[in-house]
Design a protein around this ligand. Structure first.
Ligand SMILES: Cc1cc2nc3c(=O)[nH]c(=O)nc-3n(C[C@H](O)[C@H](O)[C@H](O)COP(=O)(O)OP(=O)(O)OC[C@H]3O[C@@H](n4cnc5c(N)ncnc54)[C@H](O)[C@@H]3O)c2cc1C
Length: 399
């Protein structure tokens, strides 16, 4: 049977072919539900470099039967380290080795986004039930009691049984479902670069996701792609007023926000090349992301600052939950979508809010505020952290 561009009344339309949209297509496929993924870009792909994946992401991969393939793309780091960017000293660390894996039944890992994306894309391409269409810009939808009609900017209409808005931070589908205007500009600017491992100062080539926390700034680095590369992510709270995504930026501008940090870290920054800039945005949580046969997923539903390293992990959990609810309520699509939203709301909102709080109280404080942070955080053992994070890294998100 060849794949057809026709959709039918049982087909799910997915707006957006990012990590969330492709995972949704795959999760639906595993339950025999066909889908068409409409991606705005001229081709399917993922920009950006590294991404951290908590064990909860691997619970999703396992549930979708791609756990082993996904593990092959990953570097399994041994620690998450929090360092003081002014003194250069460690504040605390979490061991992510055997005890962590035994506790959460899956590892903590870092992967190249492109490698992860290919795992999802190839699984979709292999399926007869998933149609992938690039160059399709979803503009709006209309629905009645039996189906949804999606309008593209080309004027084409695509019909299906339901619509999943997985179209990211600037979601066109959200405009209609929630209508809460543009995202909130956080005023935090992130600079990203990837360097060869040889360019990373030798004494900092740690098998760890390392975060250096300083006044109004922080720096993250970790190894990638079988240790060939190091991912550098620098963030500066500089009240940038406009949203920006992936714009090239001269290195002098990057240095400016980090002149006050320990020389050991400035050495890392010097090695960065081809820096790109993002001005981070999120949204205030809302209580509902469903409108009849239309539901939001991932960043379209609950965009967050990256400070919990969970946006993609939660988008994939959403996808699995959505497919499970549709399987559980085969004759009641609006009911299934509402059940999905109800299940996901508290967990995703909790991470959205925590991401903001972590930025304020852990990553960017100065003076006495930073000393309180150091005192609280340094008193915790890895076991304490496992307890604190068990709601997030355990199997709750895939139940
Ligand atoms: C600096 C940074 C670091 C991060 N680090 C981590 C991390 O370590 N761990 C983690 O889990 N998360 C991380 N995240 C968050 C993560 O990248 C996102 O949460 C995740 O990519 C969201 O996936 P998504 O599929 O919902 O949206 P997106 O990845 O934004 O995908 C949306 C897709 O929809 C398409 N689209 C947009 N509009 C339309 C339209 N109108 N019609 C059709 N298609 C459309 C887009 O082209 C895109 O392909 C980080 C984010 C940033 C900015």
């Amino acid at each position: 049977m060849s794949k057809s561009a026709q959709t039918n009344s049982g087909t799910a339309i997915i707006a957006g072919g990012g990590i969330g949209g492709l995972t949704a297509a795959l999760a639906l496929e595993r339950r025999g539900i066909p889908s068409v993924v409409l991606e705005k870009s001229p081709q399917f792909g993922e920009i950006g470099a590294g991404i951290q994946l908590g064990p909860n992401a691997f619970h999703v991969f396992d549930a979708l039967g791609i756990g082993e393939t996904a593990r092959r793309t990953a570097v399994f780091i041994e620690q998450a380290r929090l360092m003081d960017a002014l003194t250069g000293e460690e504040i605390t660390h979490i061991d992510l080795g055997g005890a962590f894996r035994a506790r959460f039944r899956n590892p903590y890992a870092v992967v190249h986004r492109g490698d992860l994306y290919v795992v999802l894309l190839q699984a979709c391409q292999r399926s007869e039930l998933v149609i992938l269409r690039a160059g399709c810009d979803v503009v709006s939808y209309r629905q009645n009691e039996s189906d949804v009609q999606v309008r593209l900017s080309s004027g084409e209409a695509v019909s299906g049984a339901l619509l999943v808005g997985a179209d990211g931070l600037w979601s066109a589908v959200r405009k209609q479902v929630v209508g809460d205007g543009p995202p909130r500009v956080s005023g935090h600017t992130t600079y990203r670069s990837v360097i060869p491992t040889g360019a990373m100062p030798e004494d900092l080539r740690w098998n760890a996701a390392t975060l250096w926390a300083g006044p109004k700034c922080h720096i993250v680095h970790y190894p990638l792609s079988g240790w060939k590369l190091f991912n550098l992510v620098l963030t500066c709270q500089n009240d940038a007023p406009e949203p920006v995504a992936g714009q090239p930026v001269p290195r002098e501008e990057v240095y400016r926000g980090f002149a006050h940090v320990h020389p050991r870290i400035r050495k890392i920054i010097e090695h960065g090349k081809d820096w790109k800039l993002w001005v981070l945005c999120d949204r205030d949580p809302v209580e509902n992301w469903v409108d009849g046969r239309v539901a939001l997923l991932g960043d379209a539903a609950h965009p967050m600052l990256q400070y919990m390293a969970q946006g993609a992990c939660l988008a994939m959990e959403d996808a699995l939950c959505l497919a499970r609810m549709l399987e559980a309520h085969p004759r009641d699509i609006p009911g299934a979508l509402q059940a999905y939203c109800n299940r996901r709301l508290v967990r995703t909102t909790r991470v959205q809010l925590m991401a903001r709080a972590v930025g304020e109280h852990i990553y960017h404080p100065s003076g006495a505020h930073a000393r309180v942070r150091n005192s609280i955080m340094s008193a915790k053992s890895s076991q304490d952290w496992y307890e604190e994070l068990s709601w997030l890294y355990g199997e709750e998100g895939t139940m």
